[in-house]
Design a protein around this ligand. Structure first.
Ligand SMILES: [Ca+2]
Ligand SMILES: [Ca+2]
Ligand SMILES: [Ca+2]
Ligand SMILES: [Ca+2]
Length: 357
């Protein structure tokens, strides 16, 4: 999502201190929490001996998941800058902010040098943008900052809760040219039957006709496997591919076509993780009854199932029909494959050419 934003003014210049630029501390044991609600905004903070902003006077305080920790300025989490991309009109900064629900202001800075820790400082304010956090967890925001920024400029940011309080500085990220999108993570739904495969991209993409964007073949026979559904969710950047199940026990290759995936800068997918225009391939196998993914259904798998029998579980616990419960039907499915071993494909990770008529 893109946030509207406005430029902010400079207020103070805090530099060339031997210690921190700004330190916020709480008094230990105070009946009322102290060191709270301190805004540190609109300043120029750089070339300090220690951190630009230090909550707790103890060095960089890492972000905690969900931002539930307490301390000076509630130890507010700073933004995690994912990318800073120089565009013809300015700078696109993408970041995530893992904090509690509410309204925040993100202040962005440019720097000639970073603090030795890699966090901060904040030499020049270049922008501030409002961000509303409505859901906890992965949320990618992109702010377009107008004005010329040189390649290599170090970009940092702080979080301010609009109710009061500012975070420490983010890690400094160098402004660079646009990078092609890559697949950053993968997960199964209903493993090992693999009713769905989901692929997350590292940045926002557009997908022409998701059903055509991917294909699955049997790695041994080259036979095409039917894809039932394909859907792209911009909120979490996942392309989810639903397969015709149950897939027979075998080796498979899924391919995502680079040409079908485009980012905001017109670049296509770098399926190999670096080279734009390369397809992404993902190899997997189906062996019902194999709880631990070692391609063999044996006594170890049986014992795993027995330990979870009559309980909730997933495929790694022995739920093979994906009803989230380990029961007699799963035991039968394991028994049907007991003693079976599935060899890797003869030529791993390489799909055979399939001719369609
Ligand atoms: Ca600190
Ligand atoms: Ca925190
Ligand atoms: Ca096994
Ligand atoms: Ca089951």
């Amino acid at each position: 999502m893109r946030e509207s934003a406005r430029r902010s003014e400079n207020h103070a210049c805090l530099r060339f201190n031997s210690g921190n630029g700004v330190t916020v501390i709480s008094t230990p044991g105070a009946p009322v929490p102290s060191g709270q609600d301190n805004f540190i905004k609109g300043n120029s903070i750089y070339s300090n001996g220690k951190l630009g902003i230090d909550l707790g006077n103890d060095g960089v305080t890492p972000n905690d998941p969900g931002d539930t920790d307490t301390g000076p300025n509630t130890l507010l989490n700073f933004p995690e800058i994912v990318s800073a991309v120089v565009t013809p009109t300015g700078l696109d900064v993408s970041f995530t902010l893992d904090t509690r629900q509410g309204n925040y202001t993100i202040e962005f800075f440019s720097n000639a040098t970073a603090d030795p820790t890699g966090y901060g400082e904040g030499q020049q304010v270049i922008y501030e943008a409002p961000v509303n956090i409505s859901t906890i967890g992965d949320n990618l925001h992109t702010v377009s900052i107008p004005g010329a920024i040189l390649l290599g400029t170090l970009i940092t940011a702080t979080t301010s809760w609009n109710g009061g309080g500012t975070s420490e500085f983010s890690r400094a990220v160098a402004a660079g040219p646009p990078q092609p999108p890559v697949v950053s993570s993968t997960f199964f739904n209903g493993e090992p039957r693999r009713t769905a495969l989901a692929f997350q991209f590292d940045q926002q993409v557009a997908i022409d006709s998701p059903l055509q964007a991917a294909s699955v073949i049997n790695a041994d026979t080259g036979a095409v496997v039917k894809i039932v559904t394909a859907e792209y969710q911009p909120a979490d950047r996942y392309l989810t591919i639903g397969l015709f199940v149950p897939l027979p026990n075998d080796n498979y290759v899924l391919k995502i076509n680079s040409a079908a995936i485009t980012n905001n800068y017109g670049q296509h997918l770098a399926g190999d993780g670096k080279t734009e225009g390369t397809d992404y391939t993902y190899t997997f196998f189906i062996l019902t009854g194999d709880t631990n993914g070692n391609r063999t259904v044996d006594f170890t798998d049986f014992m795993t199932l027995a330990q979870h029998y009559a309980k909730q579980g997933d495929a790694s616990d022995g739920d093979f029909d994906s009803n989230m419960f380990v029961d007699f039907r799963d035991l039968l499915l394991l028994a049907q494959n007991y003693g079976r071993h599935l060899s890797p494909p003869a030529r791993p990770a390489r799909a055979r050419h399939v001719t369609r008529h």
